[in-house]
Design a binder for this molecule. Structure first.
Ligand SMILES: [Zn+2]
Length: 60
């Protein structure tokens, strides 16, 4: 009754927030925000979210 080491994490809420790929600011994904889709060198498809268009332009 004392085994608390396997308590489930509470990180599920993190899926509703993303970090700006340019400045690292948290983004409310319920609001519109710029997203860039890019294929990496190994062809792995990735999405880069940005907090605003200024960060998107600076990132490119
Ligand atoms: Zn940003």
């Amino acid at each position: 009754m004392t085994d608390n080491e396997h308590t489930a994490t509470t990180e599920g809420d993190s899926e509703s927030t993303e970090l700006c790929a340019q400045c690292g600011a948290s983004i409310d994904t319920s609001e519109w925000h710029p997203v860039v889709a890019d294929d990496g060198a190994d062809g792995e498809f990735q999405l880069y979210p940005f907090c605003d268009e200024t960060c998107r332009e600076e990132w490119e």
